[in-house]
Structure formats: C-alpha cells, structure tokens
Design a protein around this ligand. Structure first.
Ligand code: NAD
Ligand code: TYD
Length: 351
C-alpha cells in the first residue's frame, strides 16, 4: 500500500503514521501537513528514520501540490485527517474552519479526481478515507439511542458544521464521480501526542503546573472516549475492508461525564506524582459553559464490529492511565508545544 496522509503531523495523524509503519505491508507513507499550531514535526520523529516515509510541508488548499504528490508517489490510498479540530477555536474564529475543513477537503477530493482521470487504471483500487467526527450528529439526551451510521446530521458548533459539510462533499464525490470513498465518524480520542488544548491533556498539564482545572458548566456533559491507538486500528481496518461509499461509526463504548474524567485524572496523578499536600482535585474550578455545548455523545460501533471485525482493545481505565503516564514521561514534548502561541490561546480562552 502507498498512502498519502493529510494532517499527519497532528495528534491522530501522527499516531496513524506510526501505526502504518509498524506494518510490513506498507510500502510508502507520505505526509502532507501545513504545520499549523496543531502540527508538530516532533510527532513524526520515529517515522523520519524509516526509509518508507516522506514528509512534505504544504497545505491541502494547494490542489496542485496534492495532485503532484498523488502522481509522483503513485498513491493508492488517501487518508484525510488535515483539519482545524478544536471546538472552542471554531467558536472564536469560524472562518479558518470553513477554509481548511470544507474548501480544503474539496481540494483534496478534486486532486484525487484529477489524478484518477489521468490514471483510469487506478480508479477501482483507489481508496479515499475521510476521517470525520461524531459531532456532526449533534447532541443526545440521557436516554436517546447512541449515534449510528443512520443518525441524521445536526451539527451545533462551527467545527461540527464544517466537518458535516466536508462529509457531504465526500459523499457527493462518490455518488457523482464514482470516487471510492470511505467515511469514519469517530468519538473523542485521547492518548499520546494530543495537543493540550483538548480536555484530557489540558487537565494533566494544568494539574502539574499547579493551575486550576477548568470545568465548563456543570461538568455533566458526556463524551464516548476512544484510545487513539484503537482509532488507528479502526481506520486501517476500514481502508483494508470497508465498502466504498459507506460510512462507519467508531467509538470506545466508554461514556464518561467530564467531571468524572477530570476526577480520574486527578486520582491517577495523586498516585503517580503526588502533590506535597492535598489532592489535585482541589484545583478543580467550574467556569462559564461553552456556547452551544453538546450534552452527550455516544457511538454505536456495531456495524464496524459486525461487518469488518473491529473492536477497541483498550478500556477507559487502562487507556487513561497509559495516557497520564505518557504525559508524565514526556515533559519535554509538553514544554515544547506549550510555549509561545499556546500561552496566547490559554490567556484568551480562560481569561
Ligand atoms: P489536530 O488538530 O491535532 O491535527 C490537525 C493537523 O492538520 C495538524 O497537523 C495541522 O498542522 C494539519 N493541518 C491543518 N490545516 C492544514 C492544511 N490546510 N493543510 C495541511 N495540513 C493542515 O487534529 P486531530 O485531533 O489529530 O484530528 C485529526 C482529524 O480527526 C480531524 O479531521 C478531526 O476532525 C478528526 N477527528 C478528531 C477527533 C478527536 O477527538 N481529536 C475525533 C474524531 C475525528
Ligand atoms: P474537548 O476535548 O474540547 O473535545 P470536544 O469539544 O470536541 O468534545 O472537550 C471535551 C469536553 O470537555 C467537552 O464537553 C468540553 C469540556 N471541556 C471543559 O470542561 N473544559 C475545558 O477546558 C475544555 C478544553 C473542554
């Protein structure tokens, strides 16, 4: 397999590249990434030592660049991760989300279409995997059935709306142009390399820095947490065995309220890196809620299990402990990504 990974220097993309390179069947992995604030070449340090790997700094908005890479590298699979991914940033500045997530996806689709028009012999075996989110489905009440592939779209944040729009483009490119697309709608990921603007790494980082642990609203919002390594194995499975034109819901079957997640992190830190006195729980602070805050996400991933044989390996308690230990052991990575622009974001968001 020769694969182009867009956004491969970000959290999930970089974990996916490592996952791919651990497989002998992979011939070539090319990453194209614009290295925005969320992209970090350090995430690909291991990959750089592998002769099958190539990194190209560039934007998915540059259709010509993507098309050239598809041809020059004889790419058979596109795994499209590149996006603006943080809901709070989308609330403060939605434009970048439309540009990258909607127009950017359009450009990658058009690059793939032009490439396959020039190489019709490749069209049947080509796969375009669009990595999307469960947030496109909106929010659930406490007793609603979980999201599945049949749930109607109902996005509530600018981020979710931009991802929903990109999903619709991908679907249309399948129906109209016969592009072999696959869409995954996954729940919240956590694990190594996640940028500390998202809940779990932010809480670990703030706790260790002696700062307050901000809980939006009452902290009873529920997310269905999936360890990033399990998301990567789901994506590899979908590429290998997914049916073109289909979508797959991916989740960890681990619904947790935010306040419980934060409490669990505090307990793990109390055990592995105790404070001089008291508990990290003393740092918890309730702050103003996020506008349009979705109350509950939960995924029914039974199609993926039934049709493609995928199941997550980690449960939340083992995944969260592995994650806390990773952040404790990778203080230098955290220091590098939390300097400069990160501080400006935190100052603005939590003022
Ligand atoms: P991330 O923000 O950590 O990484 C995004 C990457 O995309 C960065 O490396 C960034 O430099 C790159 N990028 C941004 N704009 C670009 C452009 N114009 N051209 C090329 N590269 C660009 O995001 P993530 O958490 O790794 O998420 C990856 C994908 O998975 C996204 O599409 C997101 O919507 C989806 N997703 C994320 C989650 C989650 O919990 N994090 C869950 C489900 C789906
Ligand atoms: P986040 O990690 O931003 O993911 P998403 O919004 O995509 O689900 O947030 C996860 C949950 O944690 C969400 O309900 C918002 C909440 N949250 C806080 O309570 N405090 C924070 O500082 C952050 C960043 C998130």
């Amino acid at each position: 397999m020769r694969i182009l990974v867009t956004g491969g220097a970000g959290f999930i993309g970089a974990n996916f590249v490592t996952h791919l390179l651990s497989t002998a069947a992979i011939e070539r992995v090319v990453v194209v990434d614009a290295l925005t604030y969320a992209g970090n070449l350090e995430n690909l340090a291991g990959a750089h030592r592998d002769p099958r790997f190539r990194f190209v700094k560039g934007s998915i908005l540059d259709r010509g660049l993507v098309e050239d890479l598809l041809a020059a590298e004889d790419i058979g699979v596109v795994a499209h991760f590149a996006a603006e991914s943080h809901v709070d940033r989308s609330i403060r500045g939605p434009e970048a989300f439309i540009e990258t997530n909607v127009t950017g996806t359009l450009r990658v689709l058009e690059a793939a279409r032009a490439h396959l028009n020039a190489r019709p012999d490749k069209k049947d075996s080509f796969r375009f995997l669009h990595v999307s989110t469960d947030e496109v489905f909106g929010t659930l009440g406490p007793t609603d059935p979980k999201f599945s592939e049949d749930t109607p779209y109902s996005p509530n944040s600018p981020y979710a709306a931009s991802k929903a729009a990109s999903d619709h483009l991908v679907r249309a490119w399948h129906e109209t142009y016969g592009l072999n697309t696959l869409i995954s709608n996954c729940s919240n990921n956590y694990g190594p390399l996640q940028f500390p603007e998202k809940l779990i790494p932010l809480i670990i980082h703030n706790a260790l820095a002696g700062k307050s642990l901000p809980i939006y609203g009452d902290g009873q919002q529920i997310r269905d947490w999936l360890y990033v390594g399990d998301h990567c194995s789901a994506l590899a499975t979908i590429i290998a065995r997914g049916k073109p034109g289909e979508t797959y819901a991916v989740g960890g079957n681990s619904e947790r309220a935010n306040l419980d997640v934060v409490g669990t992190i505090c307990d793990l830190l109390d055990h592995h890196r105790p404070r001089n006195s008291g508990s990290y729980r003393d740092q918890i602070a309730f702050v103003a809620d996020r506008p349009g805050h979705d109350r509950r996400y939960a995924i029914d991933a039974s199609k993926l299990e039934r049709e493609l044989g995928w199941k997550p390996e980690r449960n939340f308690s083992s995944g969260i402990e592995a994650t806390v230990l990773w952040y404790l052991n990778n203080g230098e990575w955290v220091n590098n990504v939390t300097s400069g622009a990160y501080r400006d974001w935190v100052a603005e968001q939590y003022a």
